[in-house]
Structure formats: C-alpha cells, structure tokens
Design a protein. Structure first.
Lengths: 257, 243
C-alpha cells in the first residue's frame, strides 16, 4: 500500500489541531474507501476533541506500563517487550469507519518527552503501511522534527498566524526539516489572518497553500468542544484546508506521473 | 524436562479425553503467511478469540510430547464454526532433544518460546502479552470465506514449522481450546505457574545469590521439584569455572 503521511507543525496556538482535523475530515469524505490514521502527537491532546473521539488508551500508557513492568523486575527481553507493546497497541487504536485514531498521550513525568517521541516514531514505522493516509498533529515547536519523529513524513504542513514569532518558528522548522530531509513536500498555511495580510512579501518561505482569515464558526465550535465533522462546508477553515489539501495532492500526483 | 511435568499433567486433567480435531504436522497444511505489521481492522474482523473481556491464555511448556510425535489438537469449535468472541487458550508443549536440565541453556528456552512472536498467518492477527500470559486473535472474515476456510490446524502447523526449525526441538504438541466448558480460569493459573518456572530457570542462569530466604523465587522453588537443585548445581559449576 502506498502511504502518504501529512504532518502539521508550527508555533502553539496557531490552529494546527483544527487544520489537522479538517484534513482528516476532508480525506475521509473524499476517499471513503481509503484507510486514514489520525495521530495526535501533541501532548496538549486536542485532536481527539476536534475529531470527537475519546481514546481508551494512549501510547504513553503503554510505555509507562512496560517501564513499570521492567522496574518491578518482570521480563525485560526485547522480543517479549515488543510483543507486549504490540498487544496493547491495538487497544490504543480507536476505529471509526475508515478512520483510525491514535494519541501519544500526556506523559506524567515532567519535562522530557523524548521517550514517548521515540516510541511514536517506532510505532509509526510499524503501522503506517496499513493506511493510505496518515495525518499527524504535531506538538508545538521543533522537538519532533529534531528527534526525527517526522522522518517518514511526505508532506510537512507548516502553520502560522501572521505574527513574526509564528513565521520565525515555521522558518526554523523548515530549515531543520530540509537539513534532515524530513519531507518531500512542504507548504505553509497562514491561519487567523486579518484583511490586508499578504504573504507574498515574506521571503524564504515554502509555497503558501492557503491563507485563512478569522473563522467565527470554527471559534464557536472550539469553545463548545464540538468536532470538526459538524463544521459547515462554507467555513473559512474548511475551505482553506480543502485548498491546501488539493494543492498537496496535486503535487504528489504530478510527482507520481 | 521434569520441571514442567506436574503442570503438563494438570493441564491434561482439565481437557476432555479426546480432542474435537487433531492432525500430525504436515508442512502442506501450514497457513498462508501474512505481513508481520499488518493490522486486522475491526471492520474486516469476524470475531476475536479471547476478545470482549473473555478469557485468553498463552503458555509454552517444556516436557515430553506423547510418542515424540508433532501434533496439533483442537478442543472446541474450529474457526469457521465460531461466530462471536469466545474464550481461548493456546498451549504448546515442546520436547527438547537433550532433556537433561543440567546441560540446559536458558537462551535455548528463550529462543524456542519466542518463535511464536514470528507467527503471522494471513487473516489471523495474533497478539500476545507475555506479562499477562494472554493471547488474543482477530480472525478475518475473508479467512473464513476462502475455500477451504482457515483452520486452527493450519495455524498450529505453521507454529510447529517455526519451532521445528530450532535445532534443539525434538517434538511439539500445540493445543487450541475454544470449548467454553473447559476451565480457562484454571488454565490461566497453570500458565502463570509455567511462567514462574521459566522465570526461576532464568534466575538460575543469571543470578548467583544462594540466599533462598531473601529470594523472590522461593515460593516457586518450594513448589517445583528440581528447581532449587538446578540453581545450586549451576552456581557450583560457575564457581568451578571462575577458579
């Protein structure tokens, strides 16, 4: 199976999760026969709410369970641990029609997320081949790019608001990603822009896939914790996501030809 | 191996005298191999053996196989006769070529026990929790609709083929139990004990403490004849080797 992996990255609070969710909705609507995996790789755990899916278990739950069994002196053979991890992995994957959902969870240990990020990378390498599309809602900042969690990503979608800080973050992510050859395709979505915003004047950015203005309907959805699946097709977020997705799929198809 | 003999006898006592289905090992009966990372999605699944909170047991024991003959046995319904999630136990008895515990290597037991993690029959998604001694299996609708439908005898032959590729394996009997009237709770307890024995054997090879009073393996060594003697013997050999 040919798998296309999209990953959303950018500064915190720019709408990565809403746009990831919109991509997931669009893919599941446009390709009802294809399998889609949605991955909440952000410890802030927002994608489950945006999709209206509550996972019974997260990757960090598995990691903790295995770490505790080692601490208790139980079996520590690598092969047995892998089998243990695979046993619980199916319980982490929530299936809804052609859509599967997997969450990294919120590690309880303060500070470092490297262990669960390393585990996420292994899990993605293991299971991505079962899906036609994988959409990863990445954590804010650059950590997951740096740690090569996104190494297998095909399309890196950088999300920013019009702020200098947001643009600086996506520039850094883009630089690191290109140094690590982390994605074949890369594009920018500007979200929550005001009238008069013109991305053409910003130098050194990858192609701009969409510019999305304020979206009161989506903001109200967010406030009420409603899923992106009930957002109307006339919403600017939905329209912008569709434009960006179509552009990326066109690029992928052109490359295939 | 004598260490597991009482357990094997206890398991036999829980099963009916004759299986519902059985066959000798035949490579032609092996199930078609699948992809090791393939997920069997719920929508493609007919049912799950050991699913919906039903009991499930996975256990590998080392001991004598009757007549040293490779065999697959099934107690209960076969895959094409089942229609919903059911309790499931899968027990495998492995007879070693060299049954002398004193020349035994823990690595040998481990390599043999881990063979099952490389079993990926197409349309039969196995997941095993070594810590809980559980085995759950998602069975594909497609595997039941094919002609002939996938049978547990096919799966058993595939497992035997993997085990027989190990140089120290003399014979294998693998037993599937889908009969809900068999006491799966008792099997769970016996599987736990088998795991404790294997851990104690591991301890014998890896730890050099001879202070039984402070050892967490004491309860199982008290219960299973030969474990403590094996540990002391191995430690003596280690000391001789060191001097």
């Amino acid at each position: 199976m040919q798998t296309t992996i999209f990953a959303f990255c950018g500064k915190g609070g720019v709408g990565k999760t809403s746009l990831s969710a919109a991509f997931i909705r669009l893919l599941s609507e446009q390709y009802p026969q294809k399998r889609i995996l949605a991955v909440d790789a952000d410890p802030a755990v927002g994608l489950s709410t945006a999709l209206g899916i509550e996972p019974p278990m997260t990757l960090d739950d598995i990691r903790l369970r295995i770490a505790q069994s080692i601490d208790k002196g139980e079996t520590a053979d690598a092969v047995a641990l892998l089998s243990e991890a695979k046993f619980h992995l199916l319980d982490c994957i929530t299936e809804r029609g052609n859509l599967s959902f997997l969450a990294i969870g919120r590690p309880e240990a303060a500070g470092c997320y490297c262990k669960v990020n390393a585990y996420l990378k292994q899990v993605l390498e293991m299971i991505a081949g079962n899906y036609d599309f994988v959409v990863i809602d990445g954590e804010a900042g650059i950590e997951q790019i740096n740690r090569r969690v996104m190494e297998t990503v095909d399309c890196l979608v950088l999300v920013s608001d019009p702020s200098q800080k947001g643009i600086r973050v996506i520039s850094t992510i883009r630089d690191v990603a290109s140094r690590l050859a982390a994605a074949k395709h890369c594009g920018v979505i500007f979200n929550r822009t005001r009238d008069g915003f013109d991305p053409d004047g910003i130098e050194g950015l990858p192609p701009v896939l969409a510019v999305i203005g304020d979206d009161p309907e989506q903001a109200a959805h967010d406030m009420q914790g409603e899923s992106v699946f009930s957002l109307s097709a006339s919403s600017p977020l939905y329209g912008g996501a569709k434009k960006a997705l179509d552009a990326l799929l066109r690029e992928i198809n052109d490359e295939a030809v | 191996m004598k260490l597991y003999e009482d357990l094997i006898a206890a398991i036999r006592a829980l099963l009916p005298d004759t299986p519902d289905k059985a066959c000798g090992f035949d490579p032609a009966l092996c199930a078609e191999p699948g992809d090791k990372n393939a997920i069997l999605f719920r929508g493609d699944m007919a049912y799950e053996l050991g699913g919906s909170g039903k009991q499930s047991v996975n256990c590998t024991l080392f001991g004598a196989v009757p007549d040293a003959k490779d065999e697959v046995a099934l107690y209960g319904k076969d895959l094409c006769e089942l229609t919903q999630d059911t309790a499931f136990s899968h027990l495998t008895i492995v007879q070693l070529k060299d049954e002398d515990e004193e020349t035994l290597r823990y690595e040998t037991l481990k390599d043999i026990a881990f063979c099952q993690f490389r079993l990926y029959p197409k349309g039969y998604h196995i997941r095993i929790s070594p810590s809980a001694g559980k085995e759950q299996v998602r069975v594909a609708k497609a595997a039941l609709q094919q002609s002939p439908p996938l049978s547990l005898l096919n799966v058993g032959c595939s497992l035997i083929a993997l085990l027989k590729a190990q140089p120290d394996v003399a014979a294998v009997k693998t037993v599937f139990i889908t009969d809900p009237s068999v006491d799966h709770t008792a099997l769970t307890a016996l599987a736990r004990k088998a795991k404790q024995i294997t851990e104690a054997v591991q301890h014998t090879f890896e730890m050099n403490s001879l202070d039984c009073a402070s050892c967490k393996m004491k309860p199982i060594c008290d219960e299973v004849d030969g474990l403590r003697a094996l540990h002391f013997k191995k430690e003596e050999e280690r000391k001789k080797h060191d001097t």
